[in-house]
Design a binder for this molecule. Structure first.
Ligand code: SF4
Length: 383
């Protein structure tokens, strides 16, 4: 059984605040047997899609703290809010705009959140006088951070699968640290979603297949970030104007509407980016421009070809034929993935200019995937 050191949970919270971490909780290093079962069942149903790093072995490891850090006694979980006042552009300025998940507006959190947790642990070593062992994870290791957060009691599992933290909602990034010393445990909150089902009804692709159960293969975040190849054609119209991630199930959540806005500086918009970026400019971005713009951003994960694939889909969904010229240019892009989605978008927007461009490209296109996209677009186009 765990025994508390001289530290109290209030001391730990104070230390977290000193390190500019918004929320901290502590749970035991017991295994997560219930979570293991649930995740293995979801894996068997294919709900993790092409996220090939999620394997039964990794799920087992992530639910076994002793295997991740021999002698582990406690697990700390930290939450860092990315909510801030956003610069909303004038929506009537004639620019065709996309939409970006809020966490992706600024710097890549993997780096700075780990640094904050390292600072916290250094200070904890000084306070306890112990040079304890630790293992930090920020969306990188096998640790299932949401399970840790729920068991530590800092929040509850929402029906949208996010952890909802009183005062902050789910607009938070999570990080964890396994340690091999006993720490005082945090107390549980007694809250739940109750009868609310807003997120389930609001999801345009029906990705929340049951309360708290996400089929990633239909999730817009997965489709625009994790999926590396073509987006299934039947889901493209449902993606709307999202080009990197999606916040719909968070935006409709009543808990989130009341979330604090700490305005942490790391989440300030990158130049030429933001919550509602200009799609036509993005569609013309070169590889060098992509690398320079997103060097310190989570957006680099999709690479240029993934982002432009998403931009093409959003332009196709815009219903705005002013997007046709830039999509015609994209039919000559060096990436087949971009050419294929540009073809789909032209077919969706329709018009004689789009049809002529598709027919012309079909005469010289050599890639079989792109040829198929062009042919399907021509089959459906309205002029
Ligand atoms: Fe829970 Fe309602 Fe928020 Fe969904 S929208 S996570 S059901 S409180």
């Amino acid at each position: 059984m765990q025994t508390s050191l001289v530290l109290t949970i209030e001391d730990i919270k104070k230390l977290a605040t000193e390190c500019s971490l918004d929320v901290v909780g502590v749970t035991s290093a017991d295994s997560f047997d219930d979570v293991r079962q649930i995740y293995l069942e979801r894996y068997a149903k294919g709900y993790f899609g092409e996220m090939r790093w999620i394997t039964p072995e990794r799920i087992n490891l992530g639910c076994s703290p002793q295997d991740m850090l021999p002698g582990a006694r406690s697990i700390l979980v930290f939450a860092y809010s990315y909510l801030r006042d956003s610069n909303v552009p004038n929506e009537n300025d004639g620019v065709i705009r996309g939409r970006v998940a809020r966490y992706a507006l600024g710097e890549d959190y993997h780096y700075f959140l780990k640094e904050k947790i390292e600072l916290f642990l250094d200070k904890l070593k000084v306070i306890t006088g112990k040079d304890f062992a630790s293992r930090i994870s920020v969306d990188s290791g096998p640790v299932i951070d949401r399970a840790v957060a729920a068991r530590a009691g800092v929040g509850w599992y929402g029906k949208n699968t996010n952890i909802l933290i009183p005062g902050y909602g789910s607009w938070v990034l999570l990080g964890t640290a396994l340690v091999d010393i006993d720490l005082p445990l945090s107390s549980h909150i007694r809250k739940s979603c109750g009868s609310c089902t807003r997120c389930i009804s609001a999801c345009p692709t029906g990705a929340l297949v049951a309360p708290g159960v996400l089929d990633s293969r239909r999730c817009i975040s997965y489709l625009t970030i994790e999926l590396k190849g073509p987006i299934p054609r039947d889901l493209r119209p449902l993606i709307g104007d999202w080009i990197f991630g999606c916040d719909i199930c968070q935006e409709v959540c009543p808990v989130n509407i009341k979330g604090k806005k700490p305005n942490h500086p790391e989440f300030s918009d990158l130049p030429g980016w933001g919550h509602r970026p200009d799609l036509v400019s993005l569609m013309r971005m070169t590889e060098d421009e992509f690398r320079n713009k997103f060097r310190r951003s989570p957006v680099k994960r999709t690479k240029r070809r993934g982002l432009l694939r998403n931009v093409a889909v959003a332009l196709g969904n815009s219903g705005d034929r002013r997007a046709v010229p830039v999509l015609v240019e994209a039919l000559s892009d060096h990436e087949p993935l971009v050419r294929g989605h540009a073809a789909w978008a032209l077919g969706r927007l329709g018009g004689s200019e789009a049809k002529y461009a598709l027919e012309s490209r079909l005469q010289i296109e050599e890639d079989s995937y792109v040829r198929e996209e062009i042919q399907l677009a021509l089959d459906e186009i309205e002029v």
